[in-house]
Design a protein around this ligand. Structure first.
Ligand code: SF4
Length: 405
């Protein structure tokens, strides 16, 4: 469980109080039982304030070395302009840990990333998420209560002792802690193959009968198991937490090698085989490169598959004049196109596909957070409770100890 600290809590939010509802509207109320908080207190500057960039510069200068601003690759340009470092979620968390002198870590990304930064930084450092509505729909698809219930099902069926949990970085601190408690590991999209091999080795090897419970992204789990470890699609089952026993029979659970949580990324899950066919018809000779969070059929239709960092390096190394269609978040693809004017960089989907929660962090929120800190007011601090932080750290350290990491 994460605590959201706001010294202004209790003050007027400027929003009408939300009526009790199962659905929390963005920017109104908060849901402490989920990965995200969805409350933003305080008076935000107007996005049309002509002095906004100047205010950001002034606040950043006033904070100086006391603050470290991290920008995830999927953030808007107006935010990236103020980032001291850019990267994927794990790189950013490590960068924060490598800056122990920075009192404030402003994490321009989403909630689970700020949690990881809090886990990896010292107690003297305070992690701030400029907009608490910046959650992650994938991380929210695995709630700790559901995962504990699923583990109880595996125990009932008698297969828990032969199952190692592996969770993707894109999960809440509570899920990472669950993985640590059950002697599993965290993985990223760059090291999922090594992490899965390690996990299977703990229960008899890839060719044995042991299992992995992979959370929360079914696509990364399936793509890695089938395309990199040589398991078959029949070895994979999808566990649906909303159905009794995950919607699976005891026999299906016993026969499975990969028990994939029914979660996905709402951005990468949109890409389709049709997108691949259309871009190939439109741009002869195009190389299609997709992120492993895309569906299996998209990955098999693509020419290359790789993490965000892989995609960036591949474009850096590409021949001038070459054509690329990239299946990942649009802010990043647009920046890549701008950075490589000598190459043709296309977006794989013909319709707009930003990560809407990443986009919640905009310049007004960043200015508000920085100005609040300059005035000595802590806002939107992300704190993971000590027990979860300990066990999540165990799972993260296990990932760092994997061969070749
Ligand atoms: S791109 Fe997908 S996985 Fe990444 S933060 Fe957005 S919803 Fe989550």
């Amino acid at each position: 469980m994460t605590t959201l600290l706001n010294e202004t809590a209790g003050a007027s939010t400027g929003f009408a109080e939300p009526a009790p509802s199962a659905l929390l509207l963005l920017g109104q109320g908060r849901d402490l039982a989920s990965e995200r908080g969805v409350e933003c207190t305080g008076a935000l500057p107007s996005p049309s304030d002509p002095d906004l960039v100047e205010r950001a510069r002034a606040a950043r200068a006033a904070l100086g070395e006391r603050a470290f601003v991290l920008g995830h690759h999927y953030q808007r340009d107006e935010v990236i302009d103020f980032a001291d470092v850019t990267g994927d979620s794990f790189k950013l968390a490590r960068e924060a840990a490598a800056r122990p002198d920075a009192e404030y870590v402003l994490f321009c990304g989403v909630h689970f990333m700020a949690e990881s930064a809090d886990i990896l930084t010292s107690d003297a450092q305070q992690v701030v998420l400029p907009d608490l509505a910046a959650g992650c729909s994938m991380a929210d698809m695995a709630e700790i209560g559901q995962v504990e219930e699923a583990w109880a099902v595996l125990q009932d069926v008698g297969i828990a002792d032969d199952t190692v949990p592996v969770t993707y970085m894109n999960s809440s601190a509570a899920i990472k802690a669950f993985t640590g408690r059950h002697e599993g590991t965290v993985c990223t999209s760059s090291n999922a193959q090594v992490a899965l091999r390690w996990a299977f080795d703990r229960v008899g090897g890839v060719d044995g009968t042991g299992k992995v419970l992979f959370l929360p992204d079914q696509h990364l789990g399936r793509n890695t198991a089938v395309l990199q470890l040589g398991l078959s699609l029949d070895d994979c089952v999808v566990y649906d937490p909303r159905k009794p026993r995950g919607g699976l029979t005891e026999q299906q659970l016993r026969d499975a090698r990969m028990i994939l949580w029914r979660g996905h990324c709402s951005v990468h899950g949109r890409f389709s085989v049709r997108n691949v066919e259309e871009i190939r018809a439109k741009v002869p000779g195009v190389t299609v490169m997709a992120h492993p969070e895309c569906k299996h059929e998209v990955i098999t239709a693509a020419d290359e598959v790789g993490s965000t960092e892989y995609i960036i390096k591949a474009l850096d190394a590409a021949e001038p004049g070459s054509s690329w269609a990239i299946g990942t978040e649009l802010n990043l693809v647009r920046r890549l196109a701008k950075a490589h004017p000598d190459k043709q960089v296309h977006y794989l989907d013909s319709t707009v596909c930003f990560c809407s929660t990443m986009n919640r962090i905009d310049l007004p929120h960043l200015v508000w957070a920085m100005e609040s800190l300059v005035e000595g007011r802590m806002v939107n601090r992300i704190v993971v409770d000590a027990d979860d932080a300990h066990w999540a750290r165990v799972a993260l350290d296990q990932m760092l100890a994997l061969p070749g990491i």
